[in-house]
Write a protein that binds this ligand. Structure first.
Ligand SMILES: C[S@@+](CC[C@H](N)C(=O)[O-])C[C@H]1O[C@@H](n2cnc3c(N)ncnc32)[C@H](O)[C@@H]1O
Ligand code: SF4
Length: 415
């Protein structure tokens, strides 16, 4: 018997309009590597080559122009690493170079990630003058003991000073905090919440500390709270932030009304993003396919490769069988979910592609039964991984099948 070809599996996407396009810029250096961090970040030994790196970023952007030709950029996120290690002059040159090469919407959100250990008032004011209109500050905790246990380069007072000035300069500020920290109690997280809320930031990200492979904490774990305490801590976070008027709009993100992060929202709504810089990921929709790209990860190699005109280490077309999972992986992180119509708009395929897992998820009580909306139930939010994995079950999935190239790291997503 001859082999048969599954025509359906070969059919590419059909877009009525391409998704919104965001730009991510990765800056891979930090003062010191934190023991829990698996981001593509490297300890800066001596001066960082900021001029050469900005040149490389702009050359990288030029290399990418044919794949985004004519498209407007809706937001920029400069993440890391610690982008605030760079001088304001370097960030100014970077933003001017970006504006000269791509049409950035006039009201585009332009975020910079910063570490309180790099805080200098004048420098942050100069970042603002350069066009940064949102600052994402890596606080982690205000507690001196926790900050030491996390190996942070700043103490609680520096975190407070940086938060206070950031709010005065930028107004539009996100504070990154983590919970379920070494030996943390419910009273401990409440003290952190009170300290954060005293600044009334428009946006807060609260991540549960995870032990990531290839980190020092993974090899030598600190004494983390047990599962019950971690659950109580999480409940305390949700309750305090809801009481203080924050909308819990994504797994780890909380915002005052109207202050959600536009850049991250675009990821969760399966928008497009071009990622430039060492180890940056991109997801780009072309008229006949969706591609994912990865750039060289090691800063030195990235710099050399850009100078050779070849920054990509990997490029792959998203298979038809993976696109449903990839869409759901992102969209189901949003507490309100997304309109069902967004699936076809952003994947280029009809929702029928995932009809079976959708039915199963509704039957299990993980997804709301509303046909007009893809929204996780409270149970679905609690067992989000299980819900997302239900969409993995394509015919090509199985032992040995390649995993889809989906990453939250090096896209700037506040995870
Ligand atoms: C790239 S860092 C941003 C800012 C800057 N690098 C800093 O740390 O000050 C992004 C955020 O990811 C969070 N993060 C990093 N590693 C984590 C882990 N293992 N578990 C949970 N959150 C983590 C931290 O809250 C951190 O602020
Ligand atoms: S948590 Fe932030 S400062 Fe620490 S190593 Fe990671 S990127 Fe650098």
């Amino acid at each position: 018997m001859g082999s048969t070809v599954d025509i359906d599996a070969l059919r590419g996407p059909h877009f009525t309009a391409l998704p919104p396009l965001a730009l991510y810029v990765h800056i891979p250096w930090c003062i010191r590597k934190c023991p829990y961090c698996d981001f593509n970040s490297h300890e800066a030994r001596g001066d960082v080559p900021e001029d050469r790196y900005v040149d490389a970023l702009l050359a990288d952007l030029e290399f990418a122009l044919p794949s985004i030709w004519g498209r407007k950029v809706v937001s920029v996120f400069i993440g890391g690493g610690t982008p605030s290690l760079f001088s304001a002059g370097a960030i100014d040159r970077l933003l001017a170079g970006i504006r000269a090469r791509v049409p950035l919407l006039p009201d585009a959100e332009v975020t910079l990630e910063a570490n309180p250990g790099t805080f200098e008032r004048q420098k942050f004011a100069d970042f603002f003058a350069a066009g940064i209109n949102r600052l994402s500050l890596g606080i982690q905790s205000f507690d001196a003991g926790e900050l030491r246990a996390l190996g942070r380069v700043h103490d609680g007072d520096e975190a407070r000073r940086a938060a206070e000035s950031a709010l005065m300069i930028f107004g539009n500020v996100n504070l990154d905090l983590m919970y379920a920290l070494p030996a943390q109690t419910v009273a401990g997280v409440q003290a952190d919440l009170a300290a954060a809320l005293a600044f009334a930031p428009p946006h807060l990200s609260f991540y549960q500390l995870t032990l990531e492979p290839n980190t020092l904490f993974h090899r030598r774990p600190p004494p983390l709270p047990d599962e019950d305490t971690a659950a109580d801590i999480e409940d305390a976070v949700h309750e305090s932030l809801a009481r203080a008027g924050y909308e819990h709009y994504e797994t780890s993100a909380y915002a005052k009304p109207g202050r959600r992060c536009a850049h991250n929202r675009n990821y969760w709504e399966f928008g497009d993003y071009l990622g430039i810089g060492a180890g940056a990921h991109s997801k780009l929709s072309l008229p006949d396919r969706i591609v994912r790209q990865l750039r060289y990860k090691q800063p030195k190699q990235y710099l050399a490769q850009v100078e050779e005109g070849a920054p990509l280490v990997e490029e792959a077309t998203v298979a038809r069988n993976d696109v449903g999972f990839e869409f759901m992986l992102n969209a189901l992180r949003l507490c309100d979910g997304v309109p069902s119509a967004l699936f076809a708009e952003r994947t280029g395929h009809p929702l029928a592609l995932v009809a079976r897992p959708l039915e199963r998820a509704v039957a299990k009580g993980l997804l709301e039964p509303d046909p007009a909306w893809l929204k996780p139930t409270a149970l679905g939010r609690r067992f989000l991984n299980d819900l997302q994995e239900m969409f993995l079950a394509g015919p090509r999935r199985g032992p040995g099948a390649p995993a889809p190239l989906v990453h939250v790291e090096a896209t700037g997503v506040e995870r």
